[in-house]
Design a binder for this molecule. Structure first.
Ligand SMILES: [Zn+2]
Length: 162
């Protein structure tokens, strides 16, 4: 079987940041219709990953933020965690670069780090494992990524290593 695109990234050199993971093209016109971003919150295999409960809460908060955003509610295709628990994927419509989405990703992490109140969708009717949540740690992880990475983005945090 062919190695899929995201397995070709050298995870040993990968830092934290916002990276273009893949682009999807229209079969007929050939134009790029969607861009998948790798929001990498942890250095792979070099630091502890995000615990499941806070990963789950970040998913609920991030999805709620994007689906309610005045502009991005119409641009967002998907937001969800990576199985390795080092980050998230977000898919936006259109042909985009990392620098195009820095502002919206920063806005999302400010929303999550400062969030107060009930976790959206954390009830048995709306979620498949509603008790497995941790808002305090979700806020901690969001604040850490925002301050250490998003407020200090360099080339190595925006473009995959060779
Ligand atoms: Zn859930």
């Amino acid at each position: 079987m062919e190695k899929i695109e995201s397995f070709k990234v050298n995870h040993e050199l990968l830092k934290r940041g916002i990276y273009v993971s893949r682009k999807d093209y229209d079969n007929k016109t050939g134009e790029c219709i969607a861009t998948t971003f790798d929001i990498r919150m942890k250095e792979p295999n070099r630091e502890p990953v995000i615990n499941i409960a806070e990963l789950h809460t970040i998913e609920h908060l991030g999805a709620t933020f994007l689906r309610n955003h005045e502009v991005y509610k119409n641009e967002t295709v998907y937001f969800g965690p990576m199985g390795c628990r080092t980050g998230f994927y977000v898919i936006f419509k259109g042909d985009l670069k990392s620098t195009d989405v820095v502002d919206i990703i920063k806005e999302m992490f400010v929303f999550m780090k400062d969030y107060e109140g009930e976790i959206p969708g954390a009830d048995p009717k709306s979620c498949g494992n509603y008790l497995d949540q941790n808002l305090t740690m979700a806020k901690y992880e969001s604040k850490k990524f925002y301050e250490e990475v998003l407020c200090n983005l360099k080339e190595e945090n925006l473009v995959y290593p060779n």
